[in-house]
Design a protein around this ligand. Structure first.
Ligand code: KG4
Ligand code: ZN
Length: 365
């Protein structure tokens, strides 16, 4: 069967967690518009994402963002040739909002609907450009490090499928940032504030990089979190408990030098562990190209160090534009576009919202 020609325009919808987003991409992967509405303010007072609040906010935001994305792209709804929406993994109530909207639009227009795996979207996000140009070509084989609030996973895209090279055995890297920020009273999310604070100080007393006795390349961040908690009590900072208010208990400007140094040590430990696993993977196998994506890929130190790591090891490290590191519909539309250009699959209209969905179970693309 000859694969269908790619649609001229694809509409993407993302609603898996606390960001509502709609994007329009051209058939060559050109980002024509990508609008994101973050719900951070709505969840901040609870110190994390509240599923019911997220679902309700997606319901309110989606119609507005849809109009904005179409008009920013200068594309009419009737021109859309395929619709892609995140089907998982994520919060089921939140996912259902975007998934149902996407199916409804595709059905109404009589165009293909593509249910997208959120993590496949992250893995492909480094190939997108925001300068108005077409996407970079995606090689058959590449290795993808995903570092987000829910994932710290290393995947091999082989052309014949996707396999898992390593995953976190406990917390994800972003989760560690969020938990450490919560402990210190710096509020939610932890990544951006710790990134800013740590950039301004030198590391003082580095934490060790954990290793597993079985030689596995898996990640672990829960020991680091405990080590941070112990140093915090030594500093006399008692871990923040209970429900924080609308504002963080500790303002960024009031953070002591000792605490700044501790946060820099924490960040250094996260980056060192990621470098360590990549170096050990490279000693075992060829890495044709490395992509690094997910919310933590916005981190300044990580971006700088992995660029150096790539140069030192003679391999290309591709990071997404900062605006595409956190959840966005451009990456979802892109993953959908890639799949819409292949053989159509029966039953995509019945695709369920999935809280769990191993990326390795996806059919090759
Ligand atoms: O990919 P993402 O937006 O959502 C998930 O799918 O999880 O990632 C969110 C995570 C949060 O844990 C947040 O603290 C972290 O990414 N993050 C950062 C930075 N910006 C966001 N972590 C470190 N440095 C940053 N600059
Ligand atoms: Zn994500």
């Amino acid at each position: 069967m000859t694969p269908p020609t790619p649609p001229r325009y694809v509409l993407g919808i993302e609603s898996s967690c606390d960001e509502t987003s709609v994007a329009i991409l051209g058939g060559d992967g050109r980002v024509l518009s990508s609008v994101v509405s973050s719900q951070i303010a709505a969840h901040q007072r609870y110190g994390g994402v509240v599923p019911e609040i997220a679902a309700r906010a997606h319901l309110q935001n989606l119609p507005v963002l849809l109009d904005e994305a179409l008009s920013a792209a200068g594309v009419g709804m009737g021109d859309v040739g395929a619709v892609a929406a995140t089907a998982g993994p994520g919060l089921v109530g939140a996912l259902l909002v975007g998934l149902s909207e996407g199916k409804g639009i595709a059905l109404g227009l009589g165009v293909p609907f593509v249910p997208v795996h959120h993590i496949e979207g992250h893995c492909l996000s480094p190939f997108l450009r925001l300068d108005g140009g077409p996407s970079r070509p995606i090689p058959d084989a590449f290795t993808a490090l995903v570092v987000s609030g829910g994932h710290t996973h290393l995947y091999r895209f082989t052309g014949a499928g996707i396999d898992l090279a390593a995953r976190t055995r406990d917390d994800a890297a972003g989760e560690a940032y969020d938990k450490v920020a919560k402990m210190t009273g710096l509020g939610y999310p932890g990544g951006p504030v710790i990134d800013r604070i740590a950039a301004a100080v030198k590391i003082a007393d580095p934490f060790p990089v954990p290793q597993f006795k079985d030689g596995s390349l898996d990640f672990s961040f829960s020991g680091l979190k405990t080590a941070v908690r112990e140093r915090l009590s030594a500093l006399g900072v008692s871990p923040a408990t209970g429900v924080p208010g609308d504002r963080p208990a500790l303002a960024e400007a009031d953070v002591s030098l000792r605490l700044r140094e501790l946060l820099a040590d924490f960040q250094e430990a996260v980056v060192r562990q990621l470098e360590d696993r990549l170096t050990r993977l490279l000693a075992r196998e060829r890495i044709p190209l490395l992509t690094v994506s997910g919310g933590v890929a916005a981190n300044s130190l990580l971006r700088e160090r992995l660029a150096i790591w790539g140069r030192r090891n003679g391999l290309e490290v591709l990071l997404p534009e900062r605006a595409l590191t956190s959840d966005n519909a451009a990456m979802i539309a892109f993953a959908g576009l890639r799949r819409a250009g292949r053989e159509p699959v029966e039953g995509e209209m019945d695709a369920p919202a999935r809280s769990r969905w191993p990326l390795e179970s996806l059919r090759p693309c």
